[in-house]
Design a binder for this molecule. Structure first.
Ligand SMILES: Cc1ncc(COP(=O)(O)O)c(C=O)c1O
Length: 401
């Protein structure tokens, strides 16, 4: 079905018991917990976004000389990104990977202008960061002398997080102290590659302090974490009350409807790069991405959804702890992860009417991770439909009924 064909009633159907959007290979009807487009939207979507894209494609001319700089729509988006991030300026890219590449390019320009010897980088494993050569280096797939990877370990319980973080922070400090060529610390705002293990507030503050102490730039890769998944702010660092020097955004920036990503940066980085970074991608900032992002900004679901989701996760985890189906659970923003006591299979989920759908709901090694679609809150007057269905089907999948 085309997104453009969706009406409010259709959306209600998608999150209700009678949905008919996704079928398994036996034509069994499945609820896609993420309500479609899963991975890229990761919790943020609205079918009117495609209407906004179509409108702008018809109504905004992009053929004028330097139209991209002068266009009202781009200015509007740039202004809101600067305001929401609390940073000074924004540069555009196409995908999340591309934003990470751009952030590294900008930090190189910055160090060239200040101290060219400080191009080395400290980053963390496990991590992801994208599909190109640079992220592969940052993940440790290819060894480069300028890239220092600190293994964070994977905390087994939420209680163990503090000691894992403490040990890692010590390794970070040791490296920064002994290697003054490291001029940048790069971290993902929400490491997800190993069952979604969010950093603590203390971690964020300590990393910032270490960067200040050793005069390093802090790059936060918020491609996965931003737009509500780690809290009600569009940028994770605002929820953590810590300012990075550069921050990448992608995916949910356009709710996955169009390729657009960005790097926001501080004034000091902007000043160092302003006359050196004078070009842009062929497609960037592309019209459809800008229109989609502006539409999202205009309709950003306010406090109601965030508070409600957290309340619901709290109950969801407490109920399943009580029923003895999970060992532990944690959540942040729109994302929740639970460690199950008894293993289930993808078939159990499918038979309970849940589609394991990328990151909207995924199950791996006894961990079930759920990202709530804000679609369930947009124009669907009763978000309870989503929660009732989720709870009922989860119970079935975990063997409760
Ligand atoms: C933290 C992080 N950075 C970068 C990327 C790359 O984004 P894209 O796939 O849009 O290139 C991803 C993708 O999952 C990611 O999770």
């Amino acid at each position: 079905m085309e997104l453009a064909e969706l009406t409010d009633d259709r959306v209600k159907l998608l999150v209700s018991k009678q949905e008919d959007w996704f079928c398994d290979t036996n034509a069994g009807r499945l609820m896609d917990i993420s309500c479609g487009n899963q991975t890229y939207i990761w919790g943020y979507s609205h079918f009117f976004i495609s209407a906004a894209i179509q409108w702008s494609q018809r109504n905004v001319s992009w053929v004028n000389y330097k139209a991209s700089e002068s266009c009202e729509q781009v200015d509007k988006l740039a202004n809101s990104m600067v305001t929401d991030s609390g940073l000074h300026s924004v540069a555009w890219a196409v995908s999340g990977t591309d934003a990470v590449e751009l952030a590294f390019y900008l930090k190189n320009l910055y160090h060239n202008a200040n101290n060219p010897n400080r191009q080395e980088v400290l980053c963390f494993s496990p991590g992801y960061s994208g599909t190109s050569f640079l992220p592969a280096i940052l993940r440790g797939d290819f060894k480069m002398p300028w890239c220092h990877i600190v293994d964070t370990g994977i905390w087994p319980t939420i209680d163990a997080r503090a000691s894992y973080e403490e040990t890692t922070l010590q390794k970070v400090e040791d490296l920064l102290k002994t290697n003054r060529n490291i001029g940048t610390v790069f971290m993902e705002s929400m490491p997800w590659i190993e069952k979604f293990r969010p950093w603590s507030d203390t971690w964020w503050q300590s990393i910032r302090q270490l960067c200040d102490l050793y005069d390093c730039l802090l790059i936060v890769d918020d491609v996965m974490g931003g737009y509500g998944k780690t809290g009600y702010h569009k940028f994770t660092h605002r929820s953590m009350d810590v300012m990075p020097d550069l921050v990448t955004s992608g995916k949910s920036l356009t709710a996955g409807f169009s390729p657009l990503s960005s790097v926001c940066m501080t004034e000091k980085v902007t000043r160092a790069v302003i006359n050196k970074f004078g070009f842009s991608h062929t497609w960037s900032p592309n019209l459809s991405g800008v229109a989609a992002a502006n539409y999202i900004n205009k309709n950003w679901a306010e406090d109601y959804a965030w508070a409600h989701v957290n309340e619901k996760f709290n109950i969801l985890i407490a109920d399943r702890l009580r029923s003895g189906h999970i060992k532990q659970g944690w959540y942040q923003g729109l994302v929740c992860s639970m460690e199950l006591i008894n293993p289930i299979t993808h078939l159990d989920l499918i038979q309970a009417g849940i589609m394991p759908s990328g990151f909207g709901l995924y199950y791996d090694a006894n961990h079930l991770t759920i990202c709530v679609p804000l679609l369930a809150y947009w124009n669907v007057t009763d978000a309870e439909i989503y929660w009732d269905n989720l709870n009922e089907r989860l119970d079935r999948a975990l063997g409760n009924t």
